[in-house]
Design a protein around this ligand. Structure first.
Ligand SMILES: [Zn+2]
Length: 318
């Protein structure tokens, strides 16, 4: 009788453990607004940027050459960076920013070409800056098509995660659905859309073969990679890293969506293919159980001197 009681207790504990692990990312995001003071999204402090110039006392604008501009939000607590890539016929804005301040005048000041906004993924800090009347392109995946009702696209609660900033999920028309692998012609220059799941299932990167650049969104950036939010998947992270390492030239420069590099201050955050190889190696060591972690949720692992990766609880392996 006693032994049966013990077995039942162990089974209940195991079930609770698996359930807790499965639901930990959801619990984390739902409890965030309850456990934390409302985030003051914008720092009142003046910003000293390391490169480029300030616009509207909020945006850091940095020219990267060949009609590519990084537009940062150094006063926003997530320090997002969007990228404007200008062609002869049209321009592409990779990520719309947090919406804390209107980015449209800054973009208009940089190009008179028509602008299409392509979000790197559907999180609030990359999507909330989309305004009424914007021309928006979305990656064509079954999961993004499923977010359309009528003729309006609206991401799911756990795709958008607006609870962090108290934002309502947006809804907008999609002007262009772009398939993974497709070439985007801007006139005189092309970009290739790459599906790069890991941070989220819908995450994409943009490859500029002639310029030797990959715009990575949140797949990889300096500071801590978030592999612990709903939809993040460690196995996808590793598969994407290995695919990019195989497909892209080793000198490709990675331009990321969150600042900043260690010891560089506020400047468009960049990494190299070696950093990507370090990420692949760290993920392999996490899988093998040979990399030390700190913290419980997220579990934080050191990748290299520019990056950590935060994962969900160790026993669910994603
Ligand atoms: Zn982000």
């Amino acid at each position: 009788m006693k032994r049966r009681g013990l077995l039942v207790s162990l089974a209940v504990l195991a079930f609770a453990g698996v359930a807790a692990a499965r639901f930990a990312p959801y619990l984390y995001v739902e409890s965030w607004p309850l456990l934390n003071d409302p985030v003051t999204a914008m720092s009142p402090d003046p910003v000293r940027i390391a490169k480029g110039g300030m616009a509207d006392d909020y945006f850091a604008v940095e020219e990267l050459g060949e009609g590519v501009y990084a537009i940062g939000e150094p006063r926003y607590y997530q320090a997002n960076y969007s990228y404007l890539i200008v062609g002869d016929k049209r321009a592409l804005l990779f990520d719309a920013g947090s919406g804390t301040r209107d980015m449209h005048p800054v973009v208009k000041g940089l190009t008179d070409r028509p602008v299409t906004i392509l979000p790197s993924h559907l999180h609030y800090d990359h999507l909330a800056g989309i305004g009424a009347g914007d021309r928006v392109a979305i990656v064509d995946l079954p999961s993004t098509r499923a977010d359309v009702a009528g003729n309006r696209f609206s991401p799911g609660r756990y795709q958008f995660l607006g609870m962090f900033d108290g934002l309502k999920t947006p809804a907008f028309e999609v002007a262009e659905w772009i398939k993974p692998g497709a070439t985007i012609d801007l006139g005189g220059r092309t970009l290739r859309l790459l599906s790069t799941p890991g941070h989220t299932p819908q995450s994409v990167s943009l490859y500029d073969a002639v310029g030797g650049r990959l715009f990575t969104g949140d797949f990889i950036y300096p500071t801590m990679l978030y592999a612990f939010l709903p939809g993040a998947n460690r196995a996808d992270y590793r598969q994407t890293a290995q695919r990019l390492l195989k497909e892209l030239p080793p000198e490709t420069r990675l331009w990321a969506a969150h600042c900043c590099r260690r010891n560089e201050g506020y400047a468009a955050p960049w990494l190299t293919m070696k950093d990507l190889a370090d990420l692949d190696r760290a993920l392999g060591r996490i899988d093998a159980g040979t990399l030390e972690a700190t913290g419980f949720f997220p579990r934080r692992y050191r990748v290299n001197d520019q990056m950590d990766i935060g994962t969900t609880l160790s026993w669910i392996g994603s």
